[in-house]
Design a protein around this ligand. Structure first.
Ligand code: ES4
Ligand code: ZN
Length: 325
């Protein structure tokens, strides 16, 4: 309880959050009604009961179904505003949010409505003291040509978009499938991140580094299988955005007591704690900190390091980080 109160009060940044994964069943139900969208579930309880996953793909199938209730700019505003209120309640002072435009444009929505609604909520939160960055992710189960077309659509909105990422089904879709589109994004001045080593092998983490040139690694769990890879990530000073409850729910770890977070810190890796898809995985950022700290019996120093890493690993400038350090 003492540890939970300490964690809750600690200023934190969240660096790995899919905004579509913050869609709580209550809002899913309300938006389905508002938009006349038929859901595969007939109650909020039935939605929650469906959230049992044995791997990443199991979850993604439900996640893409859920986002179908998002239809207009106001929906994306409401979704993002609800997440930001939860983050503020957890003493989150800075957020770097992923969105999946292809999950929406392929359903006929306008790119501008998606990015516009999210950015409007982020701007409102900025006026209340929560800073933010927006990261556009490419869906790796789709083609590189599809990612290129998505980057084309983003061009008029690059003042709102700070970086690009890579998410969705990892195994069978290595980073090098997207070498050209990430090179173009880098040339446009965008930051680069990628999910790597969540389910995929260490080789995919190497590719994220050597082919994409990532500025940060999302998850990275399986990097620990390769000592030379760990040494490389440490030498480059790259941050890992680790998601404990996600790893548990998607069976990346069998139990939280087996989570590699402490081993990551001990190896000199700059790990952070994040919620990934909190509406689906059972908790926001403080719940993730508390669950993993309890399971691993983390020391206060380790918890402070994790919170500090969330600011130093962010895309805030050193001057913007300074008030948080
Ligand atoms: C995701 Cl946990 C996770 N992994 C890969 N892609 C994703 N998209 C949303 N959540
Ligand atoms: Zn993720």
């Amino acid at each position: 309880a003492d540890r939970a109160a300490f964690i809750a009060a600690l200023p934190k940044a969240e660096l790995h959050l899919h905004i579509e994964g913050s869609l709580e069943p209550e809002m899913m139900f309300a938006l389905a009604q508002r938009n006349g969208v038929r859901l595969a579930f007939d109650s909020i309880e039935a939605i929650r009961a469906a959230y049992e996953f044995s791997n990443l793909q199991d979850f993604l199938d439900i996640y893409y179904q859920g986002m179908a209730v998002l239809r207009c700019e106001q929906d994306f505003y409401d979704l993002t505003a609800a997440y930001l209120a939860r983050a503020a309640a957890d003493n989150v002072r800075h957020v770097e949010i992923f969105f999946d435009p292809q999950g929406h444009t392929e359903r006929g929505l306008a790119f501008a409505d998606v990015v516009g609604g999210i950015a409007r909520a982020l701007a409102d939160a900025g006026a209340r003291g929560i800073s933010s960055r927006l990261i556009m992710c490419f869906l790796r189960h789709l083609s590189e040509a599809d990612a290129e077309a998505t980057l084309d659509q983003a061009l008029p909105h690059l003042h709102l978009i700070h970086g690009v990422g890579l998410d969705s089904s990892e195994v069978g879709h290595p980073p090098d499938k997207f070498a050209r589109v990430f090179a173009r994004a880098r040339g446009l001045g965008l930051k680069i991140v990628a999910h790597a080593g969540e389910e995929g092998p260490p080789d995919y983490v190497w590719q994220a580094l050597d082919v994409l040139g990532v500025d940060r690694i999302d998850h990275g769990n399986r990097a620990l299988e390769d000592d030379a890879l760990v040494q490389r990530i440490v030498a480059d000073g790259l941050t890992l955005t680790v998601c404990p409850l996600s790893n548990l729910k998607l069976c990346v770890v069998k139990q939280l007591a087996a989570h590699p977070l402490r081993r990551m810190l001990a190896a000199g890796l700059k790990a952070t704690v994040n919620s990934d898809d909190p509406a689906y995985f059972g908790g926001y950022v403080s719940a993730n900190f508390i669950a993993v700290a309890d399971a691993l019996d983390l020391e206060r120093d380790e918890i402070i390091t994790l919170a500090r890493n969330s600011f130093t690993g962010s895309f805030l400038s050193p001057a913007e980080q300074a008030p948080h350090l």
